[in-house]
Ligand binder design. Structure first.
Ligand SMILES: Nc1ncnc2c1ncn2[C@@H]1O[C@H](COP(=O)(O)OP(=O)(O)OP(=O)(O)O)[C@@H](O)[C@H]1O
Ligand SMILES: [Mg+2]
Length: 517
């Protein structure tokens, strides 16, 4: 879908030259250049910790570069605060959305520049707020009710409100940092369509994603960052997926999924007609030791709720759970952990990590018995050794195990969440979207690790929206739809179409990655 005219290149809107940035004396960007052309999408890709988000935050005025220049439409701009970028027309769509949850979508769109009934009297012209926001939404083909509160919208819809807000404020340059990482299936397609639509309206977009197929769907140009340096730049039409992976990781990736050498042993986890009101109903399945079982389904199908219920974070309102044949009723995560059940959650900011604390503290947090003497005295040496080993195993990019979790890049934080659960000897390990935001190279490492854990005899349950991943690493796939288990498929004997068919009932019309050779 690359549409840069060969003979008449589009004008450069935003240009960064020689951007340097250090944190605490460590340089993470070593003089990066990037150019964004009007009405195009420029994808920025690279491994976890490569410097993508840092570069974007500099362009959006959230961080300041130590050296280097930023030019907007040919004129150098100096930004000390995001508001200055905003005034210049550069808007970053954050992963953690910047919306007021208790206000309606319409009110959010006009936040800070509300139309007044009789200026200067501070009386809001509510009618205008709602009419104009409806018009805006319609004009951009957004299908949601702008009089709905943000808290009642899905993540995908809230994200659209944020994008609309950016355009309504005259945004010329949009910066999207992993916009699809918390969306699934149809929502991703909607977002990609929106991006293509914005491009047609001459909005220029910097787009970060770890899903390479998206780049071939929406981007015109691609830049690869590695260790804070630009190592590759090309028109999307002149490269391919294998090449981009090689540029990112620095080598060819063979054997993406590990070879399965394990055999299923005795039943570890069994759930019988398990229900949790408002989440799911009558779910039955079994996971044996040495098995990796996947749960597939659309967002809202009840997958995360099943995981939370087994982990004691959500009450079961019917049915039974058995661990190694004995009935269990975990009433809290603490209960579940004690019984030998671990859950690496998908939402690392809310429930996974203590951001101000060190990596050591985070990684060893769920394994109190092994890390203390008598549950009281901390065994510092053991904590540090365990943490270091896992940081190594998962190639977490950090300065050292005493770094605060906050200082890590998004993908590296996700690896720490995983490390925390790998540190416990859980018999049953539940992983909810374990590779969300993780780069391709690190994914391979995580798959290997899961394979190794299963070989050791643990039972692993994986919730994932990435079908190729589920098909590649699991033995069986459970498909959920609207709170019910609708199919159980053998991974080696099924395919994406079949799983999607069960998950969605209606066939999805996919926006396919067209340019991948
Ligand atoms: N506030 C900070 N303090 C200290 N170090 C930081 C800070 N923010 C980022 N870094 C470091 O800068 C480097 C680049 O991080 P950045 O978040 O830009 O990576 P990224 O390419 O966006 O990675 P990911 O794909 O994981 O999101 C990392 O080594 C990270 O640890
Ligand atoms: Mg990032």
């Amino acid at each position: 879908m690359a549409d840069i005219e060969q003979d008449r290149p589009r004008p450069v809107v935003l240009e960064a030259r020689g951007i340097h940035k250090s944190f605490g004396g460590v340089e993470v960007l070593h003089g990066v250049d990037v150019e964004l052309r009007r009405g195009t999408v420029h994808a920025i890709i690279g491994e976890n910790g490569a410097g993508k988000s840092t570069l974007m935050k500099i362009l959006a005025g959230a961080y300041q570069q130590d050296a280097g220049r930023i030019m907007l439409e040919g004129r150098e701009i100096r930004m000390k605060k995001p508001i200055q970028a905003l005034h210049a027309g550069i808007v970053m769509i954050h992963q953690e959305l910047n919306l007021a949850p208790h206000l309606t979508a319409a009110e959010n769109l006009f936040l800070g520049r509300e139309p007044l009934l009789i200026p200067p009297l501070p009386i809001l012209d509510r009618k205008r707020v709602f009419e104009e926001s409806r018009r805006l939404a319609e004009e951009h083909g957004f299908r949601f009710d702008t009089s709905e509160k943000i808290s009642n919208l899905s993540v995908a819809q809230a994200q659209l409100v944020e994008i609309l807000k950016a355009i309504a404020r005259g945004g010329k340059v949009l910066i999207m940092d992993e916009p699809t990482s918390s969306l699934s299936g149809g929502e991703v397609e909607d977002l990609l369509r929106t991006v293509i639509e914005l491009k047609r309206k001459n909005v220029s977009i910097l787009y970060i994603s770890h899903r390479i197929e998206e780049i071939f769907c929406v981007a015109d140009e691609v830049t690869v960052l590695r260790d804070g340096r630009k190592v590759f730049h090309s028109a999307v039409s002149e490269t391919n997926e294998a090449n981009l992976v090689r540029q990112m990781v620095g080598r060819d990736l063979e054997d993406f999924y590990p070879e399965k050498k394990r055999a299923a042993g005795r039943p570890m986890l069994k759930v019988e007609s398990l229900s949790s009101e408002g989440g799911f109903e009558g779910v039955s399945f079994e996971v044996r030791s040495g098995e990796i079982v996947g749960i597939s389904g659309l967002v809202g199908a009840g997958r995360t709720e099943v995981a939370e219920t087994i982990f004691g974070a959500r009450p079961a309102t019917g049915g039974r759970m058995l661990l190694e044949g004995g009935e269990i009723r975990p009433r809290s995560p603490r209960d579940a952990i004690r019984m030998g059940i671990g859950l690496a959650t998908e939402d690392r900011k809310r429930t996974g990590l203590f951001l101000p604390l060190s990596l050591i503290a985070n990684i060893t947090a769920a394994n109190v018995p092994a890390m203390t003497a008598g549950g009281v005295v901390m065994r510092r040496g053991r904590q540090a050794r365990t943490a270091k080993a896992l940081i190594n195993d998962l190639s977490v990019r950090c300065r050292g195990p005493r770094d605060p979790a906050r200082s890590l890049s998004g993908g590296n934080q996700q690896k720490v969440v995983l490390a925390k659960w790998l540190c416990c000897d859980s018999k049953v390990l539940i992983l909810d979207e374990p590779t969300r935001g993780i780069d391709v190279g690190a994914k391979v490492e995580i798959y290997k690790l899961m394979e190794r854990l299963a070989e050791e005899g643990r039972a692993i349950l994986v919730v994932s929206s990435e079908l190729p991943e589920l098909l590649g690493i699991t033995d069986r796939i459970l498909v959920m739809r609207r709170g019910r288990l609708v199919a159980e498929l053998e991974s080696a004997r099924t395919n994406e179409e079949e799983v999607m068919g069960y998950a969605a009932l209606v066939g999805q019309t996919a926006v396919h990655a067209s340019a991948t050779p």
